[in-house]
Ligand binder design. Structure first.
Ligand SMILES: C[S@@+](CC[C@H](N)C(=O)[O-])C[C@H]1O[C@@H](n2cnc3c(N)ncnc32)[C@H](O)[C@@H]1O
Ligand SMILES: [Zn+2]
Length: 414
């Protein structure tokens, strides 16, 4: 749906430029001192924060199980997502939102949609690749991302080629045997129709998820303002949340209409209710309040490093975080599905061009002709490979890319 609004996705290009610049310019002395002081402050704050973490965990677990028992409702099969928590707990200690959301995503992707059996995957917005590595084994994956500093971290035998590209217009030749997978990208795109129709024309199957409007309206402050009748304030908070997170959200009916207009037949699955999202965010805000500015949902590295020094504390942290996440996944499994925050689409693509299953061909991002190796024979452009990544994008992204800036980004940061 192109609304003439500013394309939120352009924020990503600016973000990549910013990281490159930071890699080139060292922090000034006063900024270095300020950063050390903030760091020390966070370390000191760990003790009271930890006490709050234990109290809060007990409260959330008690609430969830009492609510489940009192409701008398039967849990849906999504409670099985609990089995994926262990995989994500070390990456997101103290931080329920990504832990619960990604465990549920894994359940839908691997147990219901079974995308891991697709023979050839174009994974767009693969990011740091941790989710991808958790999903795919024998599948051949072409991993695309606009941000070389994220893509740099993606690893695993399943990745055949890493490509730095703007995937709103995917640089691949049409291939009916390919499946396009996009996890946690669509909300960062305003003009969703153009991206979806580009993808649908290039593959035989599309599997992607999206956040609904409840992603933003569930934030504790917005929900509070709305509940006491401050509707205009609530709307302003929601707008602010969407701007900060570079996203444009639609309701599920709007999304369903949009997707069904642009693709073949679809199956849809929604999960992670508004209530569970509010609780997850409330729980995590003790720690995530320190994410300034907010990019992606990681647990701030300083908290992970502090607990690593004390293995019993680290063990307790993972154990407690896992227990709370399991309680929330069980709570989510008994929820009505009308106010879900996530929706997953598994759609037939419109591409009918059959090729050898694994013979994917990349295309020039300018003229969309097939590439010969690193070259476009039609417009005579040569594309660089740096650190194993093929840069199918503006020259400047490759020439500004620095290994120093890349080293400043943690392996798991999304
Ligand atoms: C929220 S992260 C999701 C990463 C990964 N799929 C996951 O779920 O963990 C969004 C990713 O989308 C990438 N991205 C944003 N806009 C993009 C675009 N136009 N083309 C390709 N990647 C894009 C970002 O660089 C980032 O890695
Ligand atoms: Zn070309």
């Amino acid at each position: 749906m192109h609304t003439g609004k500013r394309e939120v996705n352009s924020g990503y290009q600016l973000y990549v430029e910013k990281i490159s610049k930071q890699g080139q310019n060292k922090l000034s002395r006063p900024k270095q001192i300020a950063s050390h002081i903030t760091h020390a402050l966070k370390v000191v704050l760990c003790i009271p924060l930890y006490a709050s973490f234990v109290i809060l965990s007990t409260a959330v677990i008690s609430y969830a199980y009492i609510y489940i028992v009192c409701s008398g409702r039967k849990a849906s099969s999504s409670a099985q997502a609990i089995k994926y928590i262990k995989r994500f707990a070390p990456i997101y200690p103290f931080h329920l939102y990504p832990l619960v959301a990604k465990s549920l995503e894994m359940y839908y992707l691997c147990d219901i949609i079974r995308v891991q059996h697709a023979p050839l995957v174009f994974e767009v917005a693969i990011g740091d690749g941790y989710l991808s590595k958790s999903i795919f084994g024998a599948t051949e994956v072409f991993g695309f991302d606009i941000n070389p500093y994220s893509l740099d971290k993606a690893d695993g035998k399943h990745i055949r080629q890493k490509v730095v590209a703007n995937c709103l217009r995917l640089p691949v030749m049409p291939h009916s045997g390919a499946t396009l997978v996009a996890n946690n990208l669509m909300h960062h795109i305003t003009d969703k129709s153009t991206a979806i129709s580009d993808w649908a024309g290039k593959v035989g199957r599309l599997v992607f998820n999206e956040n609904t409007i409840y992603w933003a309206t569930s934030w504790p402050l917005a929900a509070l303002a709305k509940s006491i009748g401050l509707t205009k304030t609530a709307d302003e908070i929601v707008q602010q949340i969407n701007n900060t997170n570079m996203q444009t959200l639609l309701s599920k009916p709007e999304l369903d209409t949009l997707v069904s207009r642009l693709t073949g037949p679809c199956k849809t699955y929604s999960y992670y209710s508004q209530k569970v999202h509010t609780i997850s965010l409330l729980y995590s805000c003790l720690f995530t309040a320190f994410i300034q500015p907010c990019y992606g949902p990681p647990t701030p590295a300083v908290f992970k490093r502090v607990i690593e020094y004390f293995p019993p504390v680290e063990k307790l942290t993972h154990y407690l975080t896992e227990l709370v996440a399991a309680a929330l996944i069980r709570l989510d499994a008994i929820e009505e599905r009308d106010k879900d925050v996530f929706v997953h689409y598994d759609c037939k693509g419109l591409c009918t061009q059959i090729q050898d299953v694994k013979e994917a061909v990349l295309s020039c991002p300018d003229c969309m002709s097939p590439l010969h190796g690193q070259d476009c024979p039609k417009c005579s452009r040569h594309f660089q490979v740096i650190n194993g990544m093929l840069f199918l994008c503006d020259e400047a992204v490759a020439s500004n890319y620095t290994p120093e800036a890349s080293a400043s980004i943690p392996k798991h940061h999304l």
